[in-house]
Design a protein around this ligand. Structure first.
Ligand SMILES: [Mg+2]
Length: 291
């Protein structure tokens, strides 16, 4: 347990605004533990990034992200990796980054973890100069995000309908991949470089990924029929799909993706880069609070 000087950055829209339910308990525990803290409630993603970026100069040694993966991702972009620690209270719908901690996904358990935890060093991915914690891919992840951006109304908020619409559009992409010097040139349904094991709210996309080994787990799903792809979706949730003959798992620290035309990539639930993309890793660069 450490006494910390923390900024608590809350996403007021995450989890239908339920941060108000946990705030009294969080403050009670932080006071009891002798923490100094300030609460910030940014109104948009730019303000979130800015609050994280300016927090080190203001003297905070810890940033607590109270929100979903989007909030964590925005904070990671602004955190001082050498000098600050990151705590997470999962209030979102996916919470895949919090899943790294192997703790029950529950705000009360997360508060206990925060107060009692110490710094656990984990790797940070870099894609075209931008930080990521979870995954960077082309396929179901990027296509779901593109479909969500293009969709309006009820379907946009319904993950099952979005997912079905994504599957209906999914087609193989010709990608030239270089992984630590090895070149793989083929057509793929999904290629994804993983720092974490999970994506999409608990899909076990990289069952063997280790968070602090200085390597990314590259999951390559080769061209297959759409019918077979849909059929294997349940096994992606369980992680058993990696045994299929169309799937290759590689560990590498330097990866490039090149496509025939620029292709948007899904990175931690966002679409911030297009191919060609260069991915590397900063070993054990982030201090995540874990008890
Ligand atoms: Mg790893």
């Amino acid at each position: 347990m450490q006494k910390r000087n923390a900024i608590i950055i809350i996403n007021p829209t995450a989890g239908k605004g339920n941060f108000r339910d946990i705030l009294p308990l969080l403050e009670e525990k932080m006071n009891a533990a002798g923490w100094r803290y300030e609460i910030a409630i940014p109104q948009n993603r730019d303000e979130t990034r800015q609050a994280a970026k300016s927090s080190f100069e203001k003297g905070f040694d810890t940033i607590v992200a109270a929100g979903g993966d989007g909030t964590v991702h925005d904070i990671v972009k602004g955190i001082n990796l050498e000098k600050q620690s990151l705590g997470i209270i999962p209030l979102g719908s996916g919470n895949d980054i919090f899943r790294m901690l192997k703790i029950k996904i529950d705000p009360v358990a997360a508060i206990d973890n925060l107060i009692n935890g110490d710094d656990w060093k984990i790797d940070v991915g870099i894609i075209n100069g931008k930080r990521f914690l979870n995954t960077a891919g082309i396929g179901i992840d990027s296509e779901t995000l593109i479909v969500r951006r293009e969709t309006k109304g009820f379907v946009k908020r319904n993950y099952v309908l979005l997912f079905l619409k994504t599957l209906s559009r999914l087609k193989p992409v010709h990608i030239r991949i270089t992984a630590d010097g090895t070149v793989i040139d083929d057509e793929f349904m999904w290629v994804i470089a993983c720092n974490n094991n999970y994506i999409g709210g608990g899909m076990l996309i990289a069952p063997n990924a280790i968070h602090d080994d200085g390597l990314l787990d590259l999951i390559l799903i080769r061209k297959m029929s759409k019918f077979k792809m849909v059929y294997c979706i349940p096994s992606i949730f369980k992680g058993s799909f990696v045994n299929m003959r169309e799937v290759t798992e590689i560990r590498a620290s330097e990866i490039t993706f090149e496509t025939d035309t620029p292709c948007e990539m899904g990175v931690d639930g966002d679409l911030p880069v297009k191919t060609p993309a260069t991915i590397s890793i900063l070993p054990r660069a982030l201090s995540l609070i874990k008890s």
